[in-house]
Design a protein around this ligand. Sequence first.
Ligand code: RIB
Ligand code: CA
Length: 352
Amino acid sequence: MLRRLLILSIAVYMFTGVVAGVARGEDRIKIIFDTDFVMPPYDDSMALMLALQSPEFEILGITTVAGNDSVERATSDVLRMLEIAKQSDIPVYRGADMPLVHEKSDFAVREYGNWYSDEPAPVPPGGYAEKKAEAESAASFMVRSVLENPGEITLVAIGPLTNVAQAIRADAGVAENVKRLVIMGGAIAILPDGGGNITPNAEFNFWVDPEAAYTTLRSGIPIDLSPLNVSRKSSLSNAWYEQIVATDTPLTRLLKNTLGQHFAKEPDRIYFMYDQIAVASLIDPTLVTRERLYVDVDIHHGINYGVSVGGRNLWPGAEGAAQLDVQYELDWPRFINLFIERIGSPLRGIGN
Ligand code: RIB
Ligand code: CA
């Protein structure tokens, strides 16, 4: 009996110690969150909600990039999201408004994404945020933060990699001093579910800025790649959505007013969860299964522009490619339950 009591007390002491440590900011993962943000139903918004509601993270800043829509819209929508989540103290840095090389084309205009747009940002739900973006650029913020915190910062990149590549090119110390880089991007044909989603074999984020993806993947930064293969193991249905919004918070209200309308029109629709999985895999690395592969990106302006290719060994033409951890399997029940729990919890933000 005495022994059991002793074990119980030690367990309680250790648990409260861990929780207190996280609350005090010890052991928190310092992240910079790079996103082609758009309000729900876009996945970036739900990925940011998850990050904002997760005590494992200390978010140093949010950097925006053109991708799903223009960088102006990404910036305006992020600022509004922070206001809704009562975390406007997190600084937002406007990033690249165009990919490094990729020109606007008829195909780009016709297909998914609005990265080439120079329209002003539309009004986000509830109106424009009061707070503005910082004057410093996204790439400059990344360089400065990484050099000031060598080996401590994890970059979470869930849009085209333009800002990240600019930071890597700006200072050699960036690649040497980033702790880890989690990327949502690419599709790997040698693993199951490896087709593209914008061209037959290219994934959207890599296709928007293939040169940035090529530079980033070859930079030497330790990379955890969350490609379409693992996204396709998710399925956000109306039934799961109902569980997410079962409790009433400012975040679930936003989801009801946006994603909810889509489910009301198309109750049988299933959404893949892309960027949310990348964020969750950093909170709990055991949610996904990985294989270590060489991954490179095709930057030739032909039919494979922006295609990521993964291999167990190097192949001719891929000399210099780096080995990355590539996610391909997901523990869906544990992932979606973590997501429901975090999004439905009371806001962590205390307002600003
Ligand atoms: O291919 C999926 C990626 O592109 C995600 O980051 C999503 O936001 C989409 O635009
Ligand atoms: Ca995205």
